[in-house]
Design a protein around this ligand. Structure first.
Ligand code: HEC
Ligand code: HEC
Ligand code: HEC
Length: 431
């Protein structure tokens, strides 16, 4: 998981520097375990609200291992220094966070420090979570504490020296953690401010969509939402720099978040699929607020463009000889699902690829990963799945196929494509 790797690498590089310098860092004390869970303090409304907030924050996406119980931890996040395992955040007193008072929970979310006083690795996106209001933090706590307790001890995270010295993260926090609730911008409408709060706080959209600096902290200013990465996937720019051939409109964003699919741009696959699933649970007001905020990173007045006209333009006339190998591969392997005319389709969304962001991006990674691995877990089951072509197409065939599609859609060929397919094939071989 490249993002986590980077976050971890940054935090960890600093650990090394500080260990060498022999700096003594602030010690965080233990917060006493609570005797029991204060269930009587939680209202049903608060618990329901906390559930939605947990969807917004993707807690279960990271805190659930493949085939494991919800939020019981143990998802492996590989890093160059070793593997970080997510914690059990069910209310089990021994193996989960059942003994954590609200104060301890809040300290973890706002400052990245666990109940016993150990610093947590920033693979846990507390830099974003620290910006949540007290009211929302309490609702999250009420929800998590009301879920079933699952006894499960995730594998222990054991990074090599000096990365195992968690106190070094204090210095990274000092540089990059800016605790404090997202502030309203008085010059903006309430809807914009609500969107900013959700996107910059629990939504942690910038964790994936913003590039990182040498110490693996998110870059700021013009780089905010300029495109980042996650688990080997590119998370495209959410700004005017988006590689999408049609500009994103407010309505496109809402449709994409609600359905995991925008007919004018494509699907939410890879690490965006579970994020989109969480977004689809949110209210229309909140999705509109998020879109309003994100549109302020683009030219909101740009003409939407005519999708059907652009599809016709890109697909009407063949750009290569009709018997070109790429066309034959497309007809044999792809066309059954990705037809030129998606009307009357009975199988999922059969997305029209002529406008797909992944095929128009500067980097081929998302397109290659979609073909190699298929799309086994779409944002919603009714979008349909796509089979993996890892075992039926060679590196050279995938490269020819994708570059033929690029040529057909009027784009430059991707360079060194067979080698890139080979690399990604190797990197994803384990699963
Ligand atoms: C991108 C992945 C990711 C997401 C999303 C995420 N977490 Fe975590 N979380 C982690 C990792 C990794 C750790 C363990 C870090 C470590 O061991 O240093 C962690 C640790 C924690 C801890 C400390 C538990 C302990 O026993 O030390 C709490 C509490 C927590 N997360 C709550 C949440 C909540 C609540 C949400 C949703 C709002 C959430 N997390 C979303 C990755 C994530
Ligand atoms: C875990 C990483 C991750 C997080 C967190 C995340 N995204 Fe994404 N996002 C991605 C990836 C990867 C893609 C590319 C998906 C694909 O090609 O199918 C993507 C694609 C998108 C796209 C489509 C872009 C395009 O031009 O096609 C939008 C819009 C988007 N994300 C919005 C959001 C919003 C809003 C949030 C926060 C609420 C968010 N994302 C949080 C990883 C993430
Ligand atoms: C059995 C049907 C099926 C076949 C065959 C198929 N696909 Fe797909 N494909 C889908 C579906 C369904 C989706 C949307 C999945 C989702 O909602 O996440 C998709 C999505 C995609 C995407 C979008 C990924 C993204 O991140 O936006 C690309 C690119 C793609 N397919 C390329 C191909 C190529 C190239 C082939 C031929 C090698 C192919 N597909 C064959 C069903 C198929």
């Amino acid at each position: 998981m490249r993002t986590f790797k980077k976050i971890v690498a940054g935090g960890l590089a600093l650990v090394a520097v500080l260990a060498a310098a022999g700096l003594a860092l602030t010690h965080q004390g233990e917060i006493a375990p609570q005797a029991g869970i204060p269930t009587a303090e939680f209202s049903p409304q608060q618990i329901a609200k906390g559930k939605l907030l947990a969807e917004m924050g993707d807690c279960a996406v990271c805190h659930t291992a493949a085939g494991g119980q919800r939020n019981a931890g143990g998802l492996a996040m590989p890093s160059p220094f070793g593997t970080i395992y997510t914690s059990n955040i069910t209310p089990d007193a021994q193996t989960g966070i059942g003994s954590w008072s609200f104060e301890a929970f809040e300290r973890a979310m706002r400052h990245g420090v666990d109940r016993e006083g150990n610093y947590l690795y920033p693979a846990f996106p507390y830099t974003a979570f620290s910006r949540v209001t007290d009211e929302d933090m309490k609702a999250l706590y009420a929800y998590l504490m009301s879920e079933p307790a699952v006894q499960n001890t995730p594998p222990k995270t054991a990074l090599g020296f000096p990365y195992n010295i968690r106190r070094g993260i204090a210095a990274w926090n000092w540089l990059y953690l800016k605790p404090g609730v997202v502030k309203d911008d008085e010059t903006q409408a309430p809807e914009w401010n609500r969107g900013a709060y959700l996107v910059e706080g629990l939504g942690h959209c910038s964790a994936c969509h913003t590039p990182r600096n040498g110490l693996a902290a998110e870059k700021t200013g013009e780089f905010h939402f300029a495109g980042g990465s996650a688990e080997g996937w590119d998370a495209p720019a959410l700004t005017a720099k988006s590689p999408s051939p049609l500009p994103w409109t407010h309505a496109d964003l809402v449709t994409y978040m609600k359905n995991g699919f925008s007919p004018r741009h494509g699907v939410a696959a890879g690490p965006m699929a579970p994020v989109a699933h969480g977004l689809s649970q949110q209210s229309d007001e909140d999705l509109n607020a998020i879109a309003t905020y994100l549109m302020s990173y683009r030219d909101a007045k740009a003409p939407a463009g005519d999708a059907q006209a652009l599809i016709r333009e890109k697909t009407a006339t063949p750009k290569l000889a009709l018997d070109a190998e790429g066309y034959r591969l497309y007809q044999g392997a792809c066309m059954g699902c990705h037809r030129a005319d998606p009307s009357g389709s009975t199988f999922g969304v059969r997305p029209q690829l002529a406008l797909n962001t992944s095929l128009h991006a500067a980097s081929p990674d998302n397109a290659i990963l979609s073909v190699l691995e298929g799309i086994q877990k779409p944002a919603h089951p009714d979008l349909g799945t796509m089979p993996a072509f890892r075992h039926s197409l060679s590196d050279a065939q995938i490269a020819t196929l994708l570059n033929t599609m690029r040529a057909q859609y009027g784009l430059q060929e991707w360079k060194d494509l067979p080698a890139k397919v080979g690399q990604l094939r190797q990197q994803t071989a384990a699963h």
